[in-house]
Design a protein around this ligand. Structure first.
Ligand code: 1GP
Length: 259
């Protein structure tokens, strides 16, 4: 039974109980969605067993629209809504928490610390719960990699990602996120994820290009704690259920781990 008072505690308690979780990403791009579509996506996510909704995107995000979308989502689901901002326009007072994230392998200081400095007073003013997270982009990186001016980690060099992830842990970040990019043709390989999760003690989030339950299960068995999917909720509820079930099966191997 989950008794958490903060979103962070809620996530950690569910991780201890279930081993691994699924989060659904909704991209608040006004050219793609409106409040009705966001409601449907959020309902599908909660019905399918997602533990949280993440809201964020690389382009076209504005606060007013974000507020409306989050209001709509919160009318229909109980799971927490966590901001996943690509820039300061991705901050909304309506969310339950914010992944306060740094794109660690960006070549542009703006995405490493600049946007965070500009956003911090806004986050404080809104009283948002802050969840510090290290964000690492793996090739190809898709729109997030391009907009964030990342130097994406080569897929055949997981040891570089491990070093970044360990640095994130040592800097005090609560999660590390390995991102292949929304819409990537393939997910990050399980062996790559295993090389990172073996090194760090904080939960590892994996996203980008995950389209089926088997892949999700393999990633969890490789040590991923949270699997994020975005595109699937836009396409098929059945696939989303399959992914969540894959995570549940994989999570059985991980229950009670460390945290
Ligand atoms: C983006 O990794 C997520 O941060 C989602 O990717 O849209 O490919 O599921 P997909």
């Amino acid at each position: 039974m989950v008794k958490a008072v903060t979103v962070y505690e809620y996530i950690m308690e569910r991780l201890r109980e279930e081993g691994a979780l699924h989060f659904t990403l909704i991209d608040p791009d006004p050219s793609k969605i409106n409040a009705d579509i966001a409601e449907d996506m959020a309902k599908s996510a909660e019905d399918s067993g997602s533990a949280a909704i993440m809201i964020g995107g690389s382009i076209g995000v504005c606060e007013k629209f974000l507020d409306d979308i989050i209001d709509a989502i919160k009318r229909v689901v109980k799971i927490p809504v966590i901001l996943f901002p690509g820039n300061i326009s991705g901050i909304s007072r309506k969310a339950d928490a914010i992944f306060f994230m740094s794109l660690l392998n960006s070549e542009d200081l703006y995405f490493v610390i600049g946007a965070q400095v500009l956003g911090a007073p806004i986050v404080k003013m809104y009283g948002l719960e802050v969840i510090p997270m290290g964000y690492i982009i793996v090739e190809p990186g898709e729109a997030a990699g391009f907009i964030g001016r990342a130097r994406p980690i080569p897929i055949n060099h997981p040891e570089i990602a491990s070093a970044f992830a360990l640095a994130a842990q040592y800097l005090g970040m609560k999660f590390v996120y390995l991102e292949r990019g929304s819409g990537a043709r393939e997910a990050i390989p399980a062996e790559f994820v295993r090389r990172v999760t073996k090194v760090v003690d904080i939960p590892v989030i994996v996203g980008g290009g995950i389209r089926d339950g088997k892949t999700a299960k393999e990633l969890v068995k490789a040590g991923a704690s949270i699997i994020v999917t975005g595109t699937v909720v836009e396409e098929s509820k059945d696939k989303l259920k399959e992914i969540v079930n894959g995570i549940k099966e994989g999570g059985l191997f991980k229950r009670g781990v460390r945290w």
